[in-house]
Design a protein around this ligand. Structure first.
Ligand code: SAH
Length: 416
């Protein structure tokens, strides 16, 4: 069956979404200038692109930009809760085939991905690999001709790598997340800020003096820990990787196992991308009033089944904040039902940082279109030239000039 043109919550929200889009675009200078440069040659003319990304005002700048370069664009959300409904309505009003609304059940979420794939995209841009998994293992789509894909996030890359290892990848996937101009900025400073934003919108409590437990010290954990410290919190870090634990310790954080952190923390933020980080035995030891939430990939880092199903009572005390009364009588609080707090309770990363991520995306998509014949069916890094040119553009956009090696230095650098 042919997919409907679009499906959103309420098309009448388009005007509000347009204002949001314009605000984001005005703060995504490097994406705007990258798109502007490309526009002269209309490199996406006649190409169908499929996107599975959080539907936010920043993503709107990417999708409208791709359309302006000539593409037919179909899109859905990579998460059932994070769609900004006004932005989705605006995209629909601009001729994007969008299937997204906030608060989907798993069946609806699946249906939206199916609709995008039914448009027959040549390239897929994914966040978390749900669309790519479908394009590989769902019989309806597994033979569709797809030239390649780009992946936005760490957890998605882990899944693609597992597929590659088993020899199951049927087209090349560019690891956009692993570009320096992506993870060093988006994952660290983007998540650092948007996590504080999400926690504050949901709980609005003082961060100064609080003991904040950050689980996981990857790029996301580093950003979250640094920003919490900046707000005056006392930060504890939990880790399993000895190098990262050492790094956190040298940075001045208190490194402890979760069993020690659980009874000590006031606020918990999981950033691991792993599963089962805060479990029943930890929750039962928490202080009355402890607040916990997750900014890692999936809603599996906190045992929310135990919290939401086994508590004596649960009520939404504020938007995106559930109060759970445990059997031991203590009250603990869960932000955004354990889904990405920074995208569910706030709006995700700010535009300036997404401009870097999405410049990588658009250039990676073009790279696939131009080079797919020579690319192997593997996980492929973003070409260094792309990374460097984005960093240069970002510096220029911020009015920062840097030195260049002179001839003598270049020669020195090349000698032994
Ligand atoms: N599909 C996963 C995604 C993990 S979220 C899930 O929903 O569980 C992490 C990703 O969200 C990051 O890689 C980041 O690039 C992206 N992101 C953060 N803020 C965003 C925004 N404002 N718009 C679009 N994507 C955003």
């Amino acid at each position: 069956m042919a997919p409907p043109k679009y499906k959103v919550k309420d098309i009448r929200l388009a005007k509000k979404g347009q204002a949001s889009y314009e605000w984001a675009r005005d703060h995504m200078e490097i994406l705007d200038s990258t798109l502007g440069r490309l526009k002269r040659s209309m490199p996406l003319k006649g190409v169908t692109l499929g996107f599975c990304l959080h539907i936010t005002k920043e993503t709107a700048v990417l999708l409208i930009g791709a359309k302006e370069l000539g593409a037919r664009v179909a899109a859905c959300s990579g998460n059932p809760l994070t769609t900004q409904d006004d932005v989705a309505a605006f995209l629909a009003s601009r001729g994007i085939h969008i299937y997204a609304w906030a608060g989907q059940n798993p069946k609806e979420y699946d249906w939206c991905i199916d609709q995008v794939l039914s448009h027959g995209p040549s390239v897929i841009t994914d966040d978390g690999a749900d669309m790519n998994v479908k394009a590989h293992f769902d019989g309806r789509f597994s033979k569709m001709p797809i030239l390649g894909s780009t992946e936005e996030t760490t957890a998605g890359i882990n899944r693609i790598r597992a597929m590659e290892k088993q020899g199951r990848l049927r087209y090349p996937v560019i690891a956009v997340n692993d570009a320096d101009t992506k993870h060093m900025f988006d994952n660290r400073y983007g998540t650092g800020q948007s996590t504080i934003d999400g926690y504050l919108r949901s709980m609005n409590l003082l961060l100064a003096s609080k003991r904040v437990v950050v689980a996981g010290y990857g790029w996301v954990g580093k950003g979250v820990a640094a920003r919490c410290r900046g707000m005056g919190s006392r930060v504890m870090v939990t880790e399993v990787n000895p190098v990262r634990a050492l790094e956190a310790h040298m940075e001045g954080y208190e490194v402890v196992p979760m069993s020690r952190a659980a009874p000590a923390g006031d606020i918990f933020i999981t950033c691991t991308g792993m599963t089962g980080i805060i479990r029943k035995e930890h929750i039962d030891k928490m202080k009355d009033g402890a607040v916990m939430g997750n900014v890692g990939h999936f809603d599996v880092e906190i045992d929310t089944k135990y919290l939401l199903k086994k508590s004596r009572s649960v009520r939404e005390i504020r938007p995106n904040l559930d109060e759970c009364v445990l059997k031991n009588g203590r009250r603990v609080y869960l932000v955004g039902k354990g889904w990405l707090a920074n995208l569910v309770a706030a709006e995700g990363h700010p535009p300036e940082v997404m401009a870097q991520s999405f410049s990588n995306q658009i250039l990676a998509i073009l790279h696939i279109l131009n080079h797919h014949k020579k690319m192997e069916n593997r996980l492929i890094p973003v070409p260094v030239e792309i990374d460097q040119s984005i960093a240069r553009d970002a510096l220029a956009a911020m009015g920062i000039r840097i030195d260049r090696l002179n001839a003598e230095q270049a020669k020195y650098g090349d000698s032994w």
